[in-house]
Design a protein around this ligand. Structure first.
Ligand SMILES: [Zn+2]
Length: 424
């Protein structure tokens, strides 16, 4: 049996203890579910048992403590019957070992746990919402309640009431009771436990059975802030920032709002409106830019068609652009492709085109021809692309891609024109 010093004094962060047993974690433990914790962290190192411990084992929604035993990292702590087993990164030397808690982490979880009791109590008293499950995570603490929804006003009232109870600096106390005492107590949440049961009370506002660790007074919870709510399986899961986490969260958010406010020349409560206005303006500009790009591509395509070389019943367009945006060549290609289709419908000479654009060290190409009246691009493609080490693809009436040899552009355009003239 290990003496649980954390119950006698939850603030004891350092002590010495006697080694009761030490054993190497068997390597096959990584496959054995009973030898591993949920995150698998118990599968490495040594299992150390002490005569007494300040390390809280995982339980009641509160995670296991961290720290060092004999200077070696404690990676997990769990309870097996009356024994508390520590997973340690190495084998501590000597009979007597120095034990140190990761105190900031423990304090954080004591704040989380006490804040959770306080919030569960207020959710029940103010909203009639009973706590179904809790999770104390590394980022947020969650409380799931037996309600599908709560109004924003109710949630704000819960936050306000919790702040009042924190300011009231109520004592948080624990005691052990037997079955007879337990039967006489009204608990916020009924317990199935019998024998010796640990009761945790916050002033006269909350009483539950709990084996976890808590701060001594509600003022030590500092602050609670609702982060968000989500609906899960017809229940409401509330996410909370509690204690110093809430303070840091406010600080980060305040800085973000201040920075945005300076950027936007807006007061804090005007930032959201300024962003919406900016977004509306950007959307309008995107549309105007899109329309302008379409007009430019159309007039560029018209100029190319006007300068096309006529060979029999076929008009041929070739051009090498420099420094244009990739989007430009794609748009001009699309305009020419639709022109190629329209030409046949109008009984005009068929249109075939090959364009390149060399910009930012990148060579881009588009080719096209009417599927019925033009040369069969698909068949010509491998030979044409070989001139520029190109790759890409498409289907009638448009093909496009990139290439890695800009020096071959002249050869590509000449080969394209020759192929169009030769094509039946
Ligand atoms: Zn508790």
């Amino acid at each position: 049996m290990t003496e649980a010093l954390y119950y006698q004094d939850p603030r004891l962060a350092r002590t010495s203890a006697r080694m009761a047993s030490v054993a190497r974690v068997a390597s096959e433990a990584s496959e054995a579910p009973d030898g591993a914790s949920a995150d698998g962290s118990a599968t490495e190192g040594w299992i150390v048992e002490l005569d007494r411990t300040i390390f809280y084992p995982e339980g009641g929604g509160q995670p296991a403590d961290r720290g060092t035993i004999g200077g070696l990292a404690v990676t997990d702590v769990r309870k097996e019957g009356q024994r508390i087993l520590h997973t340690v990164a190495g084998k501590p030397g000597g009979d007597e070992v120095d034990c140190r808690l990761d105190w900031p982490r423990r304090w954080d979880f004591m704040q989380q746990h006490t804040g959770q009791h306080l919030l569960s109590s207020v959710l029940a008293a103010r909203c009639g919402a009973a706590t179904v499950s809790i999770h104390l995570g590394d980022e947020v603490s969650t409380i799931e309640v037996d309600r599908e929804a709560l109004a924003d006003g109710d949630l704000a009232a819960v936050e306000d009431r919790a702040a009042e109870l924190i300011a009231a600096d109520l004592p948080v106390t624990s005691r052990w009771v037997d079955d007879a005492e337990l039967a006489a107590l009204a608990l916020r949440r009924p317990t199935q436990r019998r024998g010796s049961v640990r009761i945790v009370e916050i002033g006269d506002v909350d009483r539950v059975a709990c084996g976890g660790l808590h701060v001594a007074r509600t003022a030590e919870v500092q602050l609670v802030r609702l982060a968000r709510v989500e609906r899960i399986r017809g229940r409401l899961r509330t996410h909370w920032k509690i204690g110093r986490r809430a303070l840091l969260d406010y600080r980060v958010r305040a800085r973000i709002v201040d920075t945005l406010g300076e950027e936007l020349s807006a007061p804090p409560d005007g930032v959201a409106g300024a962003v919406a206005e900016l977004r509306g303006r950007l959307d309008g500009q995107d549309k105007a830019l899109e329309a302008a790009a379409r007009r430019i591509a159309r007039s560029q395509a018209a100029a190319l068609v006007a300068g096309a070389r006529l060979h029999g019943a076929r008009r041929i367009v070739t051009a090498a652009f420099e420094g244009e945006a990739p989007d430009f060549l794609r748009r001009v290609g699309q305009e020419l492709a639709s022109e190629a289709g329209l030409a046949r419908l109008a009984g005009l000479a068929g249109l075939a085109f090959c364009l390149t654009n060399h910009a930012g060290g990148r060579l881009q190409w588009v080719m096209g021809a009417d599927a019925k009246a033009g040369p069969q691009i698909a068949g010509l493609l491998p030979r044409l692309l070989a001139t520029v080490d190109g790759r890409g693809g498409g289907k009638p009436p448009l093909w496009q891609g990139i290439a890695s040899r800009p020096g071959g552009v002249g050869e590509l355009l000449t080969a394209f024109e020759a192929a169009c003239i030769d094509a039946p």
